[in-house]
Design a protein. Structure first.
Ligand SMILES: [Zn+2]
Length: 405
């Protein structure tokens, strides 16, 4: 039994809560599902039972704070309690595959194939956890919640271990994009807040996209088609012209890694009026500005060429959390040093999307995303190895040691 012997039991208990979030209620009810509140209240009482100062208020975020005995800066850790609704997420019956033999995992109806999941081989002889084939597992992000709870409880019962002041945050509704909408920034003292919401063992993410959306409304002139010459101005044709003017080499289908994109979406309309959205993504802030300028210029050109009025409403959505890390490299350096001492390989990557951490980074709080070890998130084939979770917990503890110096 290692020092995180409670990790498996905690994780399995959390997966039994029905915490699937409901995007259609985002912004109207918080949390969007009752099970999330039940799990949040349980996390609150676990913190209190461990002797950690914890609060849960109208923001529906559980916050815990453990006073420090070393170091001068407060460091935070965050996980979300909701699960995605891409596949059924309630009624999870986790299955534990002890002494996993490396073969395909048969779950009534579906199979997690060893050759499609080469990382499974890393955990041969270990403990793999899955759902029962009818739901997701919910390692995204209950693995993160279990790891954070296990490590902070361990520190609370081992006062001889040096650590700075530590804050933990458990949030609802991350999957709906509204998790940070009423985040209690006023309460927070952390100068950095790691999220434990990553996947594959060894992968750490310090950057995400800069994102904006352009809502395009094209106003044409409808006439009887038979007498359209010189009088009809077709908003549908103008929309097609705008969309074909977007560089196809910079679409989601044609890009990966560090490349950003334009993506047309949600088109609807008629000759008289057609609207659609263009999603703009770029890891560089200047790159996002170029994309916005390109959309404005294309709208202007198409408006002149097709005699239509075009409104382009361009709004920023989130910023690359890497900007905060460039200003304060210590949080990333702490990961490298901690992993180096443990002999764990880590690689730094970029999230081709947004994270709750981006909302912290907007306020200058670096928020690197640490791995939990989970795979195949948001699917019936979701799986995680206990050994990966344990190493994620060891890494979190070692990062805390770096902050204690
Ligand atoms: Zn997540």
């Amino acid at each position: 039994m290692g020092r995180f012997s409670g990790l498996l039991g905690r994780f399995l208990d959390y997966t039994a809560y029905d915490t699937m979030s409901l995007p259609q209620l985002a912004g109207r009810r918080r949390p969007t599902s009752e099970g999330q509140e039940r799990l949040l209240l349980r996390l609150l009482s676990e913190l209190q039972e461990a002797g950690i100062d914890a609060v849960y208020g109208s923001e529906k975020v559980v916050m815990g704070r453990l006073p420090g005995n070393a170091g001068s800066r407060t460091v935070g850790f965050m996980a979300h309690v909701d699960t995605a609704d891409d596949v059924p997420g309630n009624g999870v019956k986790a299955r534990v595959w002890d002494d996993y033999d490396g073969s395909d995992i048969e779950l009534g109806g579906i199979t997690i194939k060893a050759d499609e999941n080469p990382d499974l081989a890393l955990y041969r002889g270990g403990t793999v956890i899955t759902g029962d084939g009818t739901t997701l597992l919910g390692a995204d992000d209950k693995a993160g919640a279990a790891i954070i709870m296990e490590v902070i409880s361990y520190l609370a019962s081992h006062p001889e271990i040096p650590h700075p002041e530590i804050e933990v945050f458990f949030t609802p509704d991350e999957e709906t994009g509204s998790g940070m909408d009423s985040f209690p920034f006023g309460w927070m003292r952390s100068s950095c807040c790691y999220t434990l919401d990553g996947g594959r063992e060894g992968e750490v993410e310090t950057e995400c996209f800069n994102a904006a959306s352009a809502v395009i409304r094209i106003h044409g002139d409808a006439t009887h088609f038979g007498s359209g010459r010189g009088r009809m101005h077709n908003a549908v044709t103008a929309a097609a012209a705008m969309i074909s003017a977007l560089p196809q080499a910079e679409s989601p289908e044609a890009t990966d890694g560090s490349y950003g994109y334009f993506c047309a979406d949600g088109i609807e309309g008629s000759v008289a009026e057609t609207s659609f959205t263009i999603h703009l993504r770029d890891f560089e802030a200047e790159g996002l500005e170029r994309r916005k300028a390109a959309v404005r210029a294309i709208a202007e050109a198409v408006s002149l060429a097709y005699h239509v009025r075009i409104d382009a409403d361009i709004q920023d959505q989130y910023r690359n959390m890497g900007e905060a890390s460039f200003r304060d490299p210590f949080p990333s350096e702490a990961i490298v040093r901690a992993a180096g001492k443990l002999g764990f390989p880590v690689s730094f990557g970029k999230v081709r999307g947004g994270t709750d951490g981006a909302r912290l980074a907007e306020r200058g709080i670096p928020s690197p995303n640490l791995y939990t070890g989970g795979h195949c998130f948001h699917s019936l084939s979701e799986w995680i190895a206990l050994e990966a979770m344990e190493r994620s917990a060891e890494l979190m503890l070692a990062i805390i040691q770096e902050w204690a110096r």
